[in-house]
Design a protein around this ligand. Structure first.
Ligand SMILES: Nc1ccn([C@@H]2O[C@H](COP(=O)(O)OP(=O)(O)OP(=O)(O)O)[C@@H](O)[C@H]2O)c(=O)n1
Ligand SMILES: C[C@](O)(CO)[C@H](O)COP(=O)(O)O
Length: 241
């Protein structure tokens, strides 16, 4: 491990205060189990296993606080809880306010992206040596069409320049705080935190994530999720022996 990385203070924000409308399940999707373990616990334990992360802030819905009591006991004092807002950005901002003011780096991650790897998280953090913002993504495999309201095609961007954005997305704490202040003052709506950095003119580096680092959004994702989880769990069990 690079000695410089060990010296910096790192906070992770895991957003898990969504309602999962596209999943349309009886319980919020973060609590659905994949190969026997809830999605949110799978995500939390990935971050928990990384020594250089000093604190993990999990953003939750107020009515689900009880569930996290058990999880925080299991994963000890490294975990703090913050209450979410009605958009992902508001949830992330509540998490940011709860981070240690001495933190240098903030890792933002979707609670429903449980198959991120330790290697990807560390690689994103390493790249912060040269940038104030680093995100993870994968090259787009399909041809992407930008469409008009009437569903005719407006244009086809060159695929070689297209990446699908994932999380983790990593930022210098003071820079992301500034970006969020602008977002709320000017009522800017975005679908990822990187977009805010782009709006304030910050250069964002994208590094390769993994096609397995899926966001569990709809029912089909659960099918892929089971396959990925089984192979991940099998590997972990084998390494334990
Ligand atoms: N107000 C919100 C909305 C979303 N999230 C979190 O942000 C992550 C990514 O969001 P998404 O997949 O869109 O989750 P939901 O908002 O729950 O799903 P949907 O958009 O289908 O309702 C999820 O871990 C979700 O819990 C959050 O913390 N607070
Ligand atoms: C941040 C994100 O996971 C990048 O792919 C994604 O944009 C989140 O989507 P949401 O619907 O805004 O939660």
């Amino acid at each position: 491990m690079n000695e410089d990385i060990k010296k910096i203070k790192i906070s992770a924000i895991i957003t898990a205060a969504g309602s999962g409308s596209r999943m349309a399940s009886k319980i919020p999707k973060q609590f659905l189990k994949i190969n026997g373990v809830s999605i949110i616990e799978r995500t939390i334990r990935k971050f928990f296993s990384i020594d250089i992360i000093d604190e993990i802030i999990v953003i939750v819905r107020k009515e689900e606080l009880d569930f996290y009591d058990k999880l925080t006991k299991k994963y000890n004092k490294k975990i703090k809880i913050a209450i979410g807002g009605n958009t992902r950005e508001k949830s992330t901002y509540n998490g940011l306010l709860k981070t240690d003011a001495n933190s240098d780096i903030i890792i933002c991650h979707d609670g429903v992206r449980p198959f991120v790897t330790k290697e990807i998280i560390l690689e994103a953090v390493k790249n912060m040596k040269d940038y104030n913002a680093v995100i993870v993504g994968v090259p787009v495999k399909d041809t992407i069409k930008s469409i008009r309201e009437d569903k005719t095609i407006a244009f086809t961007p060159a695929r070689k320049y297209l990446y699908q954005a994932q999380t983790p997305q990593v930022f210098k704490r003071d820079v992301i705080l500034d970006a969020y202040k602008k977002c709320f003052t000017e009522d800017i709506q975005v679908t990822d935190d990187s977009s805010l950095m782009e709006i304030i003119g910050e250069k964002v580096k994208i590094i390769d994530g993994s096609y397995s680092n899926i966001k569990i959004t709809t029912k089909e994702d659960l099918v892929f999720g089971e396959i990925i989880a089984k192979s991940e769990d099998e590997l972990e069990n084998r390494n334990r022996i």
